[in-house]
Design a protein around this ligand. Structure first.
Ligand SMILES: Nc1ncnc2c1ncn2[C@@H]1O[C@H](COP(=O)(O)OP(=O)(O)O)[C@@H](O)[C@H]1O
Ligand SMILES: [Mg+2]
Length: 332
């Protein structure tokens, strides 16, 4: 186990590159401290060449956002036969696309705020498109992270600038009902909810600034909820992780409303992993140190095509047999 060469994939091409560098460096240090042969693999357009040259045995994905968290890098690793941490191609793509993820939450009877989607063409007639959806609402790019391009709108006057800003990051947007209540993020590891953290920004909402500025946000682990409510939140989050087919570690962002309902905002398949990030905070409260957390994530590294090949063999046999029988019947 210790002799495997681990590549920590960091950097990347998304708007969350800086966060990824911090996540990757923290993971690299933790794995090396625990005696692993781990090297950094900086991700850019030449990542295929870098992966072939470095000859790593396993990839620890420390990439956030587009191309790193959305199934792209996972697909490349599948092609190269390199096992990797976290969710597979499909679950990564679904979780990254907030619209598709919400469709799946609804199909699985999981509560998520009311919403509609919007493209650049729709932006020409926002009043008609928004209709009686109401305010406040939240405008966000459909495939971003770290609150990049997210705006809370209180009136029609806020809508056009919010849409314009979000369109800088994606050509499809989500307009969602604003939920008043506590923000709670749940840590999932290996199909188990480890615990949760309540997020209370001192001013405004949990935007990029409040996420990454020291002292700007207060965190409560566990959240200030009744034990019964807390159990319900953990169960919903785990169901959201499973509904998208996620694997390994993920972090489920939720709003717990004042009226007593929970709403799932999104599932993050590559949660931040700096020692001050939410997942490590929650893991720590559950008795799992940062080093152990990295170790557990690494232990879950896999290739979905390996599993898929065995499964396909099982389902293909009766299918081929049926076809043969059908062909025989037709010739008689
Ligand atoms: N429907 C909502 N109601 C209230 N706050 C929201 C809502 N959607 C997003 N937010 C706020 O915006 C932040 C970022 O939104 P989120 O959907 O988690 O996207 P990201 O992928 O950028 O983290 C959340 O952490 C929360 O503070
Ligand atoms: Mg979020």
């Amino acid at each position: 186990m210790q002799s495997r060469k681990i590549g920590v994939l960091l950097g990347g091409l998304s708007s969350e590159r800086e966060v990824s560098l911090r996540t990757g460096e923290a993971v690299l240090n933790a794995l090396r401290e625990r005696g692993h042969d781990a090297i950094p693999v900086y991700v850019d357009h030449d990542i295929d060449v870098a992966l072939r040259q470095e000859q790593i045995d396993v990839a620890f994905i420390a990439l956030h956002g587009r191309w790193g968290e959305d199934g792209c890098i996972q697909g490349l690793l599948e092609l190269l036969g390199i096992p990797y941490t976290g969710s597979d191609v499909m679950a990564s793509a679904l979780a990254m696309h907030k619209g598709k993820a919400k469709e799946l939450f609804r199909l699985n009877n999981l509560p998520t705020p009311a919403y509609y989607t919007l493209t650049a063409e729709d932006a020409a007639d926002l009043v008609a498109v928004h209709g009686d959806f109401g305010f406040p609402c939240v405008v966000k790019p459909i495939r971003e992270g770290s609150s990049v391009g997210v705006t809370i709108c209180h009136s029609l006057a806020d809508l056009a600038p919010a849409v314009e800003k979000a369109l800088c990051f994606d050509d499809e947007l989500l307009v969602e009902r604003f939920i008043v209540g506590k923000e709670v993020s749940v840590a999932i590891l290996g199909d188990r909810a480890l615990g949760a953290c309540e997020i209370a920004p001192r001013a405004g909402f949990y935007d990029y600034q409040n996420k990454y500025t020291k002292g700007a946000t207060d965190y409560f682990v566990p959240p200030r909820l009744s034990p019964e409510r807390y159990r319900g939140v953990l169960a919903q989050a785990l169901r959201a992780h499973l509904a998208l087919g996620c694997n390994g570690a993920s972090r489920v962002d939720m709003m717990v409303s004042e009226s007593g309902n929970e709403f799932i905002l999104e599932v993050n398949t590559v949660p931040g992993l700096t020692p001050t990030s939410l997942l490590p905070k929650i893991a720590d409260a559950a008795g799992i140190s940062f080093g152990e957390l990295c170790e557990l994530m690494l232990a879950g590294a896999t290739l979905s095509t390996r599993r898929g090949r065995n499964e396909r063999r099982v389902v293909q046999r009766p299918y081929v047999e049926d076809e043969r029988r059908e062909a025989e019947a037709n010739t008689h």
